[in-house]
Design a protein around this ligand. Structure first.
Ligand SMILES: [Zn+2]
Length: 492
């Protein structure tokens, strides 16, 4: 609820997302999916809808749709059906789109996530398969050209319940959904290439005095960035209150409308009125038989599901002590996240591994424009380096130097540490010798540490530094501290 001078408004927002499935070929024919190809070079009688051609279901698209459905905690239909939806635009010349009307492949799901540390739970109404239309282009003045390379591209349309209460929640959900579909290889979800497109539907419940009004639902079409999605919802929420004050219109059957997003002006603009489902005249596609989906297949896929990005990130924060802001960078690349878990299972201390991954391993990966897994360093060697530091054989700075050497040298990390002269000395008698030297050379600091409690900390720090310097940086700082403290307590 947001409070204005005299009205209390509750935002009611649902979201439809079109996700392009990562298949090599189209939904119902063998045409390749190639972004940016010469217009109309990837078309055939099926995707052109020529008479006598018969569609064949792309089994890979069905597999990816089930995988996405499971990740969204949906129920999976035991039988899914194909329907024709009337479509009278030149970018789909067969005059219908194959979609799924009353038997979507997945339904009744839920996604849980956090927004600004508040737990949110968004219900998924359904997710169904359909084919994309082609693309109209307006490159020639006064003419519209049609490129049908995209016609027949497999899409998964995901529809949420109107459970969002703010633009920030909608945006965060979209970000999480992109992580999930990429992680599972369901979609590349590249928004510049239109592989993920958003259509929020928005209205307001306004309470003013003892009067309650609900504004007409507006669907904003075809948003293809997180920012546009957020800004369009934000604008529409504010503008609906303004429009309602002006015209008093409230929700009635049939007065849902479509608007587009004008990115330059930052406003939504009216579009053609939305057809009701009746106008689409859905009917079962006579060329495609209903597709049964075996329970055992779904259960097998459910068991094979990896830990998903949202819970994995939360675990990484707890287990590897990663800052919550940085954790997704490690959790989102599945192979690198698996490598981190593997190094931990091989005995690497988790918080040291977390720091190694976030600092130098990630840095080297970025510098080489690859992932941490792409660096080709094994989990065993990554674990061994973390163990060296945990055992006090090397310090954090040395670990970073050894890591760099590990990228080009297959020798074990301990061997590299020796070769680079980075192993720390834990030999107490050697360290005691350096302590005596430091005490003898710095009488003033010793005096301060013993006699003046206010100067103790500074004097002690200085003396530790002197011992480290005498050892060439190799003394184990913990042992230096212990020996030094014992000597400072003892009178001359
Ligand atoms: Zn084709």
């Amino acid at each position: 609820m947001t409070q204005t001078a005299e009205a209390r408004c509750e935002s009611i927002i649902g979201l439809e997302i079109h996700v392009q499935l990562a298949t090599r070929t189209k939904m119902f024919c063998g045409c390749a999916l190639v972004y940016g190809a010469e217009p109309n070079t990837h078309v055939c009688p099926v995707c052109l809808g020529l008479p006598g051609s018969l569609p064949v279901i792309n089994e890979r698209a069905v597999e990816l749709a089930i995988r996405a459905g499971l990740a969204l905690n949906c129920r999976i239909s035991e039988e899914t059906r194909w329907d024709r939806k009337s479509y009278n635009y030149p970018d789909l010349p067969k005059n219908y789109q194959i979609s799924q009307y009353d038997l979507p492949i997945a339904f009744d799901g839920v996604v849980e996530f956090e927004v600004s540390e508040v737990h949110r739970r968004i219900r998924i109404r359904r997710a169904h398969l359909e084919e994309d239309a082609g693309k109209n282009t307006h490159d020639l003045p006064g003419r519209t050209l049609v490129d049908l390379n995209r016609a027949g591209t497999p899409l998964l349309e995901i529809v949420t319940e109107p459970d969002f209460r703010s633009a920030a929640e909608v945006r965060e959900f979209a970000v999480q959904l992109q992580r999930i579909v990429r992680y599972l290889g369901v979609s590349e979800a590249n928004m510049q290439q239109g592989q993920m497109r958003f259509e929020p539907n928005i209205n307001l419940r306004i309470a003013e005095g003892d009067r309650v009004a609900v504004t007409p639902i507006v669907e904003v079409k075809n948003l293809n960035s997180f920012r546009a999605l957020h800004d369009a919802v934000e604008f529409e929420l504010a503008d609906q209150l303004r429009r309602w004050r002006e015209d008093g219109r409230t929700l009635r059957p049939g007065n849902k409308s479509n608007r587009g997003w004008d990115d330059l002006r930052g406003v939504t603009v009216p579009q053609r009125e939305k057809e009701e489902a009746d106008d689409y005249r859905y009917f079962p596609d006579p060329d495609l038989t209903p597709l049964p989906i075996a329970r055992e297949r779904v259960e097998r896929m459910r068991e094979e599901m990896p830990e998903l990005p949202i819970p994995r990130t939360a675990r990484f924060v707890a287990e590897y002590k990663l800052p919550p802001r940085d954790a997704p960078a490690l959790a989102d690349d599945r192979a690198s996240a698996d490598l981190l878990d593997q190094a931990k299972d091989l005995g690497g201390e988790p918080s040291i591994l977390g720091r190694h991954f976030l600092s130098f391993w990630l840095m080297h990966a970025n510098a080489r424009e690859t992932t941490i897994a792409g660096l080709g360093v094994s989990g065993e060697r990554i674990a061994e380096l973390a163990k060296l530091q945990h055992d006090g054989a090397v310090n954090a700075t040395a670990a970073a130097q050894i890591a760099e050497a590990m990228l080009t040298d297959e020798a074990p990390p301990r061997t590299l540490a020796e070769r680079l002269g980075l192993l720390q000395t834990r030999d107490s008698s050697a360290i005691a010798g350096w302590v005596e030297q430091a005490l003898a050379a710095n009488a003033q600091a010793v005096h301060d540490a013993r006699e003046n409690p206010k100067k103790l900390a500074a004097a002690r720090g200085f003396l530790v530094g002197q011992v480290m310097k005498l050892s060439g940086g190799k003394a184990d700082p913990r042992i230096v501290g212990e020996l030094l403290d014992a000597r400072l307590r003892r009178p001359e």
